[in-house]
Ligand binder design. Structure first.
Ligand SMILES: NC(=O)c1ccc[n+]([C@@H]2O[C@H](COP(=O)([O-])OP(=O)(O)OC[C@H]3O[C@@H](n4cnc5c(N)ncnc54)[C@H](OP(=O)(O)O)[C@@H]3O)[C@@H](O)[C@H]2O)c1
Length: 229
């Protein structure tokens, strides 16, 4: 792959660049970034997309720049930004009519499996109350996490409501736990990310998957089918 990496200066961007150094063809940051002109591996961090790539990955804080670039160049785009506004989600849906777009607030395959297990348990376990705990490092800007919000929205679709509890502490990479309680018993389903590399590797797997797809909006449920038996 020849990847244009948006948000190249962030924690996740740097993790992707470290895992796939030889595949990063463009390292892009927003126009006011203090890192413009500095090096990321062998690439110079630039504010502009120059179309030297065949796929775009955006792990910045805002998808407008990559959406415009991908649509204009007619290239696939992987987006991992959390806390998107409804307007930004609509822009993604609109653009996905013209180009393949993969969107996920959490690129971990284990987390996708965790979500499936939670939905299955919540719909089968009668009259339980649901508490969803999520913990992340103190520098994380959004709370609750995008993954917790996404799981709670999916649970709502099955008529279940989960109370979300957020913790910001130290250097926690990412922890999610669903507690299903009745008066007599409790089930706990948990997922822990040990390292940011799990998200970086997932973003790269999503990019490889997306290269072969037609225009449309894809997510982790498609990647689960593609990657796991
Ligand atoms: N999908 C997943 O699996 C996953 C996993 C972890 C994190 N995330 C999400 O990915 C995003 C980045 O996370 P991170 O931990 O790398 O955050 P981070 O370290 O705070 O990095 C943020 C990145 O966004 C850039 N940025 C700052 N202001 C911006 C603006 N106005 N417009 C566009 N870009 C801007 C920063 O550039 P400068 O530093 O150069 O200013 C930096 O490259 C967040 O939305 C986070 O929640 C997703």
């Amino acid at each position: 792959m020849k990847i244009a990496l948006f948000g190249a200066t962030g924690r996740l961007g740097r993790a992707i660049a470290t895992l796939a150094e030889s595949e990063i063809s463009e390292a892009i940051a927003h126009p006011a970034s203090p890192s413009l002109g500095k090096k990321l591996g062998s690439r110079t961090i630039s504010p502009r997309f120059e179309n030297h790539s065949n796929i775009l990955i955006d792990v910045s804080l805002s998808p407008e720049q990559s959406l415009a670039a991908a649509t204009q160049a007619h290239l696939p785009l992987v987006i991992g930004i959390t806390a998107l506004t409804p307007e930004q989600m609509s822009q993604i849906e609109e653009a996905s009519k013209k180009i393949p777009i993969f969107y996920s607030p959490n690129f971990s395959l284990g987390m996708a499996l965790f979500k499936k297990l939670c939905l299955d348990a919540a719909t089968r376990f009668p009259a339980c109350t649901l508490d969803l705990f999520e913990a992340h490092h103190i520098l994380k800007k959004d709370a609750p996490s995008g993954s917790a919000l996404h799981l709670s929205e999916e649970l709502e679709k099955s008529g279940k409501t989960a109370s979300i509890h957020s913790i910001r502490s130290g250097k926690i990479v990412g922890e999610h736990k669903l507690l299903l309680n009745t008066d007599e018993e409790r089930i706990e389903i948990a997922h822990t990310a040990h390292s940011r590399d799990v998200f970086a590797r997932g973003a790269l797997t999503a990019a490889r998957f997306l290269q072969k797809q037609k225009p449309g909006l894809y997510g982790m449920e498609h990647l689960l089918l593609y990657s796991l038996p």
